[in-house]
Design a protein around this ligand. Structure first.
Ligand code: UD1
Length: 429
């Protein structure tokens, strides 16, 4: 399956942003920690979420998809704490089931995490946290095992700011005895959302959104109804798409505060960014100006937006330096961009991007989720036809991506073979 597109149309109009995938993954794991029914709304209908739902259903959780974006979960019939779904290995966030099941049952076994290949992605900080809570951890037959006779709160100092470790430790600690303090915690909006969700189930978590989180363990969690926050990265991707196509797009149903790092960069590049209560309008300008970008933990510029802003820099006036400080292997898409005429030099974790007036359509392959979306943006800004292969990556995190882009006036479609490509070319001319 590929996307095919003809670039050149400015994207114009409104696009509604879905629920945050990365918050949803933590929340679905948290939802199995009670025996009562939990209703979760604003759930994005994307592959990673469907894999997670399948994985929890396999261990006995009752998953009732009551609507496209609403699910009812009941974890009272879990019959095994071994999670070894064939797909979960390909997804990073399966590891949240370690913290969730360890908290609830004091034992968990989960197949080692996969996810996008954007550098080595160890989970030593997660395991360190579990050990502070008195669990014993090991890796056997490709599974991570965590076991605790008693789970007792403790003081965890993270060596680096890790979203995954912060959420995972929070999950286990929510049902531990006594209090846990996580220092150097991640402050991402989805960390706060998972904490709010757990609190709505009766957990006692304070300080989420700061770098010290305090969790007082409770005996049990109860049912709740909860709506997931909007996806910062989906919103950011459409904001950048407006900039690179010199369009005028309003991203709706978002929390503008979460978008600040991105909004500021777009303004530096010369775009007009107008904030409303729950939407942002981005008006692209004929000429973008270069700027420098360094990815950092929240509230810094998100690493998940690094490929998208690099596409904008490839089309800007002047030279911009992009420093990737979270993952060491996140420039693999650069080879694809250079096929379109982009001028990018990568040296370690730094990309030096010299803007050009026009990218040319090309045949591209998505190397991972966010870079895949960035290549689509590049194709929409380029002259002529572009194809992007391996779009299963993109479908992991973007719901109805091509449909939403078409709603903004993009010429884009999904094709399965050359005949369909030919039809598209004839249709759009
Ligand atoms: C999450 C997001 C991902 C995003 C990333 C950074 C999910 C499912 N994925 O990934 O989209 O790009 O945050 O915002 O929410 N590290 C260790 N040891 C650990 C844990 C992390 O060395 O135990 C390192 C990582 O290799 C990386 C850095 O810490 O260099 C940050 O990783 P982390 O925040 O944990 O990312 P993820 O939770 O995997």
């Amino acid at each position: 399956m590929q996307y095919i597109m003809k670039g050149g149309n400015p994207l114009v109009g409104e696009v509604v942003i879905g629920g945050a995938k990365n918050a949803a993954l933590g929340i679905l794991a948290a939802a199995v920690m009670t025996d009562e029914t939990v209703v979760i709304d604003n759930l994005p209908d994307v592959r990673d979420i469907n894999v997670m739902l399948e994985a929890i259903a396999e261990i006995g959780v009752i998953v009732d998809r009551v609507g496209k974006h609403t699910v009812k979960i009941n974890g009272s019939n879990i019959h095994t704490v071994q999670v070894d779904n064939a797909y979960i290995r390909r997804m990073r966030a399966g590891y949240y089931l370690l913290g969730a099941l360890l908290g609830k049952y004091r034992h968990a076994e989960v197949a080692l995490p996969g996810g996008c290949d954007i550098g080595s992605r160890p989970i030593d900080q997660h395991l360190k946290g579990f050990r502070v809570l008195q669990a014993v951890t090991s890796v056997e037959y490709g599974r991570v095992i965590a076991d605790a006779k008693q789970l007792i709160g403790g003081h965890v100092y993270l060596d680096m700011v890790s979203v995954g470790a912060t959420i995972n430790i929070m999950l286990a600690a929510a049902l531990a005895s006594g209090s846990t303090i996580i220092e150097n915690a991640a402050k991402e909006p989805h960390v706060v959302d998972v904490a709010n969700f757990l609190n709505s189930m009766g957990a006692n978590i304070k300080g989420a959104g700061t770098d010290v989180i305090r969790i007082r363990g409770v005996e049990r969690l109860h049912g709740t109804e909860y709506s997931i926050i909007p996806d910062q990265i989906e919103a950011g991707t459409f904001m950048l798409a407006a900039a690179v196509t010199r369009g005028d797009v309003t991203v709706c149903n978002i929390i503008p505060k979460h978008m600040e790092a991105i909004s500021v960069k777009l303004q530096e590049m010369g775009c007009e960014v107008v904030e409303f209560d729950d939407s942002i309008r981005v008006v692209g300008k004929p000429k973008l100006q270069s700027c420098n970008v360094k990815t950092l933990p929240y509230p810094g510029f998100p690493t998940d937006m690094q490929p998208q802003i690099s596409v904008a820099l490839a089309l800007a006036e002047g030279t911009g330096i992009v420093t990737e400080s979270i993952f060491e292997n996140r420039f693999k898409y650069v080879d694809e961009l250079t096929k379109m005429g982009a001028q990018v030099k990568v040296e370690g974790n730094v990309a030096v991007i010299t803007g050009t007036n026009q990218l040319m359509g090309a045949e591209l392959v998505a190397p991972d989720l966010r870079a895949g979306a960035a290549l689509v943006m590049a194709g929409l800004a380029a002259e002529g036809f572009t194809t992007v292969d391996a779009i299963h990556y993109i479908l992991r995190g973007y719901e109805n991506f091509d449909e939403k882009l078409r709603g903004l006036g993009a010429e884009i479609d999904v094709i399965n073979d050359e005949r369909e490509a030919q039809k598209f070319r004839l249709r759009v001319g």
